[in-house]
Structures are given as C-alpha cells and as structure tokens.
Design a protein. Structure first.
Length: 128
C-alpha cells in the first residue's frame, strides 16, 4: 500500500503552492503550518536543494471527530502536503494518504473518516 497521493503538474513551484492551497480550501482544509524545507536546510546546513515546502493541511471538522475517537491521534495530524520542484516548470504535489496512516491505529471507527479525508485530498491534488 502506498502512503501518498501524488501528481506531477506542468507549472512553476509558486503557482503549484497557490493552486494546492486553493484546492485544499475548496475541500474544507486550511493550512496550519507552512515549512520551507529548502530555506531551512540552506540556513541550518548550507545545503542547496530545489524548492520544497510542507503544508500542514487540516479540515477542522474531521480532525475534531477523529480526536474524539482517538485521543493521541494528534501525532498523525495535520495532513501533510508536499510541494516539490522537480524541474523548471514541473512540480510534484504529494499528500499523505490518511487511509494508510490511520490504518496503523487500531481503531476501526476511524476508517470512514480516513476514507472521506482521502477522497477530499485526492480531489484537491487532482484539481491542481
């Protein structure tokens, strides 16, 4: 089983970040965190790498429901979405597959939520 939902998009990095942010919003997600991995690794290690951001996406209603079912579930939240520059004009958008990640939790009541969140993330990635 794969642990991600991925798609290559023929657009520049900044456009891809803006598009996935917008499509996630359409699916009920907000961005709780935005980690610029490229800038962080450059500042901390002097390492050069292509543009790479991790967006921490959260759908508050689903997060609330899931936390009611599993009190430690916060360790698996939010749903991370990676935007990574492949080459000039080609960017990869990758979201966590919540069915795969929540499948590790021994709580069958989470399965319907994970499936719904996966469908929403899949639509967001597909729509970029």
């Amino acid at each position: 089983m794969t642990y991600s939902i991925a798609r290559m998009v023929p657009m520049d990095f900044d456009t891809a970040v803006a598009r996935i942010t917008a499509t996630l919003k359409q699916e009920g997600f907000g961005i709780l965190s935005d980690i610029d991995v490229q800038a962080t690794l450059k500042a901390k290690l002097g390492a050069d790498m292509p543009a790479y951001r991790i967006l921490g996406a959260c759908n508050p209603a689903f997060a609330h429901q899931a936390l009611q079912l599993e009190k430690h579930l916060g360790v698996l939240l939010p749903c991370n979405v990676v935007v990574r520059e492949q080459t000039a004009g080609l960017t990869e958008v990758v979201a966590i597959d919540p069915v795969a990640s929540l499948g590790r939790v021994d709580n069958a009541a989470l399965a319907p939520l994970a499936t719904e969140v996966r469908q929403r993330l899949q639509r967001a990635v597909d729509t970029v």
